[in-house]
Design a protein around this ligand. Sequence first.
Ligand code: ADP
Ligand code: MG
Length: 627
Amino acid sequence: MGKVEFKAESKKLLDMVINSIYSQREVFLRELISNASDAIDKIYYRALTDENLTFDKDSYFIKLDANKDTRTLTVTDTGIGMTKEEMESNLGIIAKSGSHQFKEENEIKDGHDIIGQFGVGFYAAFMVADKVTVLSRSIDSDAAFKWESNGPDGYTIEPAEKNEVGTEIILHIKENEEEENYDEFLEEYRLKQIVKKYSDFIRYPIKMDVTESQLKEGTEDEYEDVITEETLNTMVPIWKKNKSELTDEDYVNFYNEKHYGFDKPLKHIHINVDGAVRYNAILYIPESAPYNYYTKEYEKGLELYSNGVLIMEKSPDLLPDYFSFVKGLVDSEDLSLNISREMLQHDRQLKTIAKNINKKIKQQLTQILKNDREGYERFYNSFGQQLKFGVYSDFGQHKEELQDLVLFYSSKEKKLVTLEEYVGRMPEEQKYIYYAQGDTVDRIDKLPQTELVKDKGYEILYFTDEIDEFAIRMLMSYKEKEFKSVSSGDLGIEPDEKEKEEEKEAAKEHEELFTKMKEILAGKVKDVRASKRLKSHPVVLTADGDISIEMEKIINAMPDDQQIKAEKVLELNVNHDIFKALEKTKDQGEEQLALYTNLLYNQALLIEGLPIEDPVAFTNDICKVMI
Ligand code: ADP
Ligand code: MG
């Protein structure tokens, strides 16, 4: 077979892995060992259901061979192996989801990110090798094959000889370069060090022949090299270790090795429970969201082990949707290995564990919020939307659970605040928790609707996420304080007697004008009124009834959804100079009033971020005013 080229995007990605300034080239070994361990796991699974196959633990191992003469490092495993087709599809292209994302985001600089996020572990071999040979025989085949590649150019596959089922990965280690030393990856002590650091808990022995200089028997000063086979890893899974034996670095290394995320986790939770249901768990709260987190592609779940053996890669039942960002694993002795996935869903033990875990996560998040506000905000920037979605979803079933974990931007504090903080500093006479909606904090800050509430000295929560208002409507109130949009008809701010009088008079005085304007805007607004909330702006749109203008925007932007309309009200600032111009139209005629009314209405639409129905007419109107 001739050389097959890598698919274009794989090639690009591979180029980046090889050439990126990779701070820790050593992780290539972690990747190859993990793959070897995965391959043995696969035989193990198979043995669980296949009566013809027995799993004899002693015959499964991983072996490292470093040879300085040939400059090769070989990683051998007795795992499931690969057929020719599997070699083609597993080593010839990069993980589908990864390459898809890669197309969209061509700007990844750090090789570590690439490997972590796309699971291109195998390719990491090319960071230290200029040629990689894979010799493999699948458990399902009598024939063996050899895959070989010098890097981005492509690869070849040809028939080969191999007696045992399993895989051998032979790295032809690069020559040293001026600033890079590759020799170290042929040194026994260095390989030992790397295994210890990243792969100590791997369940299968990682063996290596270690050469030691020993005193020759019967002599007093003659030494000879003695080769002994050593197992480099302790094989005790990290989650079964005692917390006191572990350092933060151990947890971070485990997170990376497991590819839970490409970031540094914000916090880990290590749980050892020895109660009615016994289990160990290591959970991580990440700091940044995976690229596909807010897509359908993202699958939540924790790894599920039964007494050290992986039985499910992503058990969704262990995590509620609103904590879907949590990564990690659960290991329980009390789960039966033989039960099917369907049964597992209804397993009582599993439910108890899930409930328990949920509580721990909530506790941990509350702790972080209390003790590490900056960290929590970083977390919240990534996953806050999910928490707010959690408040809203399932008909608000979890709202109480989550209400103290959500944050909103505050007009006063100019940063994210909790509802508790907001309510805690509300002046006594303030009835509602006020909020305003818009695309960005800056835009909201300039909204005319906020003027009166701000003038009163009240704090306003700025909603910039689509989910915000939906979540808050589900919540309805916090500590008995209801939420109120600054755009709602009744702001609940009582005018004093004088203001009340003025309002009444204004309404009477301008009744004729407002009625005419309402006719001009028939079908567009429900009412035209004198505004109580405007101070310096001439005009604003608000909504009566349940549907806010922001909700109209959001729902109408959804595909295939029926269109809804907010009951819009055009509010005018009767103290503004523009209003005098409106009044003057009494003498100038209906046409002038129509012109001004339409102009003001369209301006109000613009301020709201709503589309103008007829932009040409609008610009023509402006021209008319200018001439
Ligand atoms: P990942 O491990 O995340 O799937 P890798 O790039 O590390 O991605 O490996 C790609 C695939 O190649 C694996 O999923 C597996 O199917 C196959 N593979 C790699 N190494 C081995 C091995 N030692 N034995 C069997 N299959 C392997
Ligand atoms: Mg891998």
